[in-house]
Design a protein around this ligand. Structure first.
Ligand SMILES: [Zn+2]
Length: 425
């Protein structure tokens, strides 16, 4: 850091310096220390850290003020802006540091409370992108289709509830169903991606959390995967969660970044994962797109019908209508963003949000309230799931080789390199 401070103090134009590994490594180290420093003010900010223990201890001891974090990160953003490297991977690294630092700077301003961000400004500042806008009434067509699909004269929400009830995994079968689903996700991923020999995870069922599943990456290719079982878990969640949290989702992404960038290249910025940062859009987007990478076309439906339904005692004849139901409700996904935007911009209150979520995403009052709690904790983070997935999908499917192998190759590249939303255009 001394060299950088020196350059800034003596007022030399920073762009006059070409990137070199020593300087970039110093920026990297400062970035990690600033993430840890911000984590002291924001307990959810450091999602994973497996760098030197002393750095975390130092951050806790020093308790650097938000004002200092704001200033230091702004300096570092200026410093890396304009640096270039002919090596494409190193250029991606420079972009990564600049964009992550800029997001960290915005987060520090947000926590200081002197800068207010609306939903879209927050998305841009923290996640390096802005999600598309939709009109809630445009989702009425999907509701009409669902209403036609489900028999009965009751209101749609009641028909949805009774349809979904058929697919709940009994609590005593959760472990067995999840074990089988995660194994299948791993098996399909490892056909195309070199998983690390020592990679492993532990699965736990928990309650009273604002999320439905979480991967706590611990370093050395090990994850703690938690599934929130407070509300009923439907059978389609088994594959979704197995892929999202495990293979080829978060566990795989974190392990590949650690192995390829933190360990092999010695790039310390990949020993930490800042939750409210552009990296989360890639993480959530690839984790969600990973479901259709591992189970393309009808394969998820076939696997559920042939393997999971019999374990739970669900009639296999229901598989096709369950798939259609899930495809239709997935189209309601972006309605959730619109409601989150209205809520977080202060235009509607919690009760109105719960009612709109019930209507437009067809979730129960309890599940809807859980989602509003999630927004209270995580703000505009919600865009990372659906918009992130669409950005990743678009990037993978614009590659030159669209065979299954070709798409996996491009997907694995995304999981092993420092790409952020701006690099997906
Ligand atoms: Zn996730």
């Amino acid at each position: 850091m001394k060299k950088i401070i020196l350059l800034i103090l003596i007022g030399l134009p920073l762009s006059a310096f070409s990137a070199n590994d020593v300087l970039v490594n110093e920026v990297s180290e400062q970035y990690v220390k600033l993430v840890l420093a911000l984590g002291v003010h924001d307990s959810a900010y450091v999602d994973a850290y497996y760098g030197p223990k002393e750095w975390r201890q130092a951050a806790n001891d020093k308790k650097i003020s938000l004002e200092s974090i704001d200033k230091a990160s702004a300096h570092l953003v200026k410093f890396v802006t304009g640096m270039t490297d002919e090596d494409p991977l190193k250029q991606l690294r420079l972009d990564y540091l600049r964009i992550q630092l800029s997001s960290l700077n915005a987060r520090s301003k947000m926590l200081k409370g002197d800068t207010k961000y609306d939903f879209d400004q927050q998305s841009k500042a923290l996640y390096d992108t802005e999600a598309p806008h939709n009109k809630l009434k445009d989702f009425d067509r999907v509701l009409t289709e669902l209403d036609k699909m489900l028999v009965g004269e009751q209101p749609l929400s009641e028909k949805v509830d009774s349809f979904k009830k058929q697919f709940v995994i009994p609590k005593d079968k959760l472990k067995a169903v999840f074990d089988v689903a995660i194994d299948a996700c791993r098996e399909r991923t490892q056909q195309f991606v070199d998983l690390l020999e020592n990679e492993n995870f532990k699965l736990e069922f928990v309650e009273n959390k604002p999320w439905s599943g979480y991967n706590w990456y611990q370093g050395n290719a090990f994850s703690l995967i938690q599934v929130n079982v407070e509300l009923p878990i439907h059978v389609s969640r088994a594959i979704d969660l197995g892929c999202h949290e495990g293979y080829p989702g978060h566990h795989t992404y974190n392990a590949l970044l650690e192995a390829n960038l933190a360990k092999k290249q010695g790039w310390k910025e990949f020993s930490v994962y800042a939750l409210f940062s552009p990296q989360s859009l890639i993480a959530e987007g690839s984790a969600n797109y990973g479901i259709e990478m591992a189970f393309p076309g009808d394969e998820k439906m076939i696997f559920e019908r042939d393997v999971l339904f019999p374990m739970i005692g669900i009639d296999q004849k229901l598989a096709a209508s369950y798939q259609k139901f899930n495809q239709l409700t997935a189209r309601l996904n972006y309605a959730g963003n619109e409601i989150a935007r209205l809520y977080l911009d202060g235009k509607i209150d919690k009760q109105a949000s719960v009612e709109l979520l019930q209507k437009y995403t067809l979730t129960s009052a309890k599940k809807s309230a859980q989602r509003v709690d999630f927004w209270d904790t995580y703000g505009a983070y919600v865009i990372n799931y659906n918009w992130g997935k669409d950005m990743v999908k678009q990037w993978v499917e614009s590659g030159p080789d669209q065979s299954l192998e070709g798409r996996w190759k491009r997907f694995a590249t995304l999981l092993s390199t420092p790409r952020l939303p701006s690099n997906l255009n």
